[in-house]
Design a protein around this ligand. Structure first.
Ligand code: OSB
Ligand code: MG
Length: 368
């Protein structure tokens, strides 16, 4: 496949409800989309970074810079025999996995279209339906949180994830457990604690959570291993796992019992599949995380979550939880049993709504 043209654009999409984590509140997403033309086809990818360098160092601005000045010049007008070659070619550029994933994943879309098969099949997916959970941000009050949980459980979602931070943790979980004693529940701290909080973190064991996600430092493995020895709740790593090598090391030292795989955080499908394979070989369950993606990134997540090792419900949920109107047709919908059907049409399986994308665009640059 030859890359003939690359277009990057930034779109702005307001969230239907704000999303708050230990690092802050988001009300409107700024999303960089990548469209690649090659072999007479067009493929799409999404850069999943946050607006601010709080989840990771990447922002729409850094992604734009790295795409424009490195990734696009390094790949344009060249021939690639597989999208995986791109990941290897980009290796000298340190970091910036989300910018890399935006471009690489567009190539996977083209490759799937060219072969006339769904993206999920191309990347090795086997599930036809993926189990879904929801990630619920910090709310203005516990009552609002409890109402939201109730609504999502009624919609059929198979597990609830709530965000925690010091001051919004044990008391909140107590309230949730007294109202929903039997629901599959987990908590994500987005690195809001340190080992000095060990007494507090030990209290989490009272709530028989499926797991606690990324309680400690965003690049830490060692302290997570120390913590895991002190608590019975399984530790799941998100922020700390950037590569398959990170996953191997984390598992080896006992830093986690579960891993959240995000396409952007690990740099695209090539590395995401490697992380999946390492975990599968060690019997470590994985699930697909989310980054408040538009339909384009969401479609990639659905394909990833169809791989055989994804045996826990992920954070991939319906478009309508995020957007008034998504930028793909049809929108992503969730069945009453809390699953998403993996699309079976060639490519990423949904149609980008060019009209809506154009209306949301705030800047655009074309290369080649
Ligand atoms: O830590 O998983 C996270 C959103 C933005 C940044 C980090 C995270 C999240 C989520 C939301 O939990 C997942 C989603 O619904 O897309
Ligand atoms: Mg997380």
């Amino acid at each position: 496949m030859k890359i003939e043209q690359v277009e990057i654009r930034e779109i702005e999409l307001p969230l239907v409800h704000f999303f708050e984590t230990s690092f802050g509140r988001t009300t409107k997403r700024r999303i960089v989309l990548v469209r690649v033309k090659g072999d007479g086809l067009a493929g799409w990818g999404e850069v999943t970074c946050g607006e601010e360098p709080f989840y990771s160092h990447e922002t729409p601005e850094t992604a734009w810079h790295i795409l424009r000045d490195y990734l696009i010049p390094w790949s344009l007008h060249r021939k690639w025999s597989s999208p995986s070659e791109l990941a290897a070619h980009f290796r000298p550029i340190r970091g910036h996995p989300m910018a890399k994933a935006g471009l690489e994943n567009a190539l996977w879309d083209i490759e799937a279209q060219g072969r006339g098969i769904p993206l999920s099949k191309l990347v090795g997916g086997t599930l036809e339906e993926i189990p879904c959970g929801v990630s619920i941000g910090i709310q203005d009050s516990v009552e609002e949180l409890l109402e939201t949980i109730q609504r999502e459980l009624e919609a059929g979602y198979q597990r609830i994830k709530v965000k925690i931070k010091p001051g919004w943790d044990v008391e909140i979980l107590e309230r949730i457990r007294s109202k929903f004693p039997r629901s599959a529940l987990m908590a994500d701290a987005n690195s809001a604690y340190t080992l000095a909080d060990l007494p507090r973190l030990k209290m989490l064991d009272r709530f028989y959570l499926m797991m606690v996600e990324q309680p400690l430092g965003w690049e830490d493995l060692l302290d997570h291993a120390k913590l895991q020895r002190e608590i019975s709740t399984p530790v799941c790593l998100d922020e700390s796992i950037h590569t398959a090598e990170d996953a191997r090391k984390a598992i080896e030292i006992g830093a986690c019992k579960i891993i959240n795989i995000k396409l952007g955080r690990v740099g695209g499908f090539t590395e995401a599949r490697r992380v999946h394979d390492v975990c599968r070989g060690k019997n470590i369950p994985v699930w697909c995380g989310g980054m408040l993606e538009s339909g384009i990134g969401r479609a990639g997540n659905i394909a990833l979550a169809s791989l055989p090792g994804f045996n826990l419900p992920g954070d991939v949920s319906a478009s309508r939880r995020y957007w008034e109107q998504d930028i793909i047709d049809p929108e992503v919908e969730v069945t009453a049993r809390g699953t998403i059907r993996v699309p079976q049409t060639p490519g990423f399986g949904y149609v980008p709504n060019l009209d809506r994308i154009e209306k949301a665009t705030v800047r655009k640059e074309t290369f080649g």
